[in-house]
Design a protein around this ligand. Structure first.
Ligand code: GLN
Length: 276
């Protein structure tokens, strides 16, 4: 194995980075002048832009997540542009899409959908691709996040289905068939204990939901009932051990919990509500 590769692996391992070989291959691929598969054992360094590679490696050693370095993260069936102003789409959030598909079996439905706190736009765009006749309002209070979502709308050619708006949820007043959200739900304490990859490179605005993490669910519950029809659904992501609190919060606003979905670690992660 080439010395540059050996040294790079040693550096990544020293930082206790999981899957150092895999990450190294991704960084090399991103710095590659060709679109070949990267094999660490017999790599032709002539095909690699070494200056670029070294800068990516240094970023990773500084604990910048891979997705932020390569400005791309896969979610559901597509790749999304990401930067420091949005959360990297996470696999557990894909369960929101899965749940929407469980509820609405007919993909041709003309659903009216609201995505609160759209961030990169990954939920809204994935739903738009699944439900080709849906019209989606995707809102956020972060101008920078909306710029990222706008870029993803362009990449995925979703302008005809998705409208982006910089607006606070409390000012929304039309009816929707489906409301989805992955709100900030970490407590301040949890935030302080996050890995540097998340804490130093992802927006706090998208992570922390007040002292107990439940701030946004409370805000939603004040307003959400009047935005839903009798047969509408609300699907949201929650943090660890928040199911019971969320169930109570939304019960007080006339919604009942249909289903709670566990993520791959067995944590209750996605709740789907409808009107009582
Ligand atoms: N699951 C994310 C994390 O733990 C938090 C996402 C969120 O607050 N919506 O990093």
């Amino acid at each position: 194995m080439n010395n540059l590769i050996k040294d790079s692996l040693t550096k990544l391992k020293r930082e206790n980075i999981n899957n150092p070989e895999l990450e190294l291959r991704i960084l090399l691929k991103h710095a590659s002048k060709k679109n070949n598969e990267i094999f660490l054992s017999n790599l032709n360094l002539d095909n690699i832009n070494i200056v670029k590679f070294k800068s990516y490696l240094q970023k990773r050693i500084n604990r910048e997540p891979i997705a932020k370095i390569i400005n791309s993260k896969s979610f559901w069936k597509n790749d999304f542009y990401v930067n420091n102003f949005v959360l990297d789409p996470r696999p557990e959030t894909e369960l929101i899409i899965e749940e929407a598909l469980n509820i609405y079996r007919n993909k041709k439905l003309k659903l009216k959908i609201l995505d609160i706190g759209t961030g990169s736009g990954c939920i809204a765009i994935s739903l738009a691709k699944e439900f080709k006749n849906a019209s989606i309002t995707a809102i956020d209070i972060s101008k920078e996040a909306l710029e990222v979502a706008g870029k993803n709308l362009k990449i995925h050619n979703c302008y005809n289905q998705i409208q982006l708006k910089m607006i606070d949820f409390k000012y929304i007043n039309s009816k929707f068939d489906l409301i989805v959200s992955n709100p900030p739900y970490l407590t301040n304490g949890q935030y302080n204990n996050l890995d540097p990859e998340v804490k130093n490179f992802e927006p706090k605005l998208a992570l922390v939901g007040g002292d107990d993490g439940l701030k946004f669910y409370r805000e939603y519950s004040n307003n959400i009932n009047k935005l839903l029809n009798k047969s509408s659904y609300f699907i949201c992501e929650i943090g660890i051990n928040q199911r019971q609190d969320c169930e109570e919060i939304f019960e007080n606003s006339g919604l009942y919990l249909n289903k709670s979905v566990n993520d791959l670690q067995g944590i209750e992660r996605i709740l789907s509500f409808s009107k009582i």
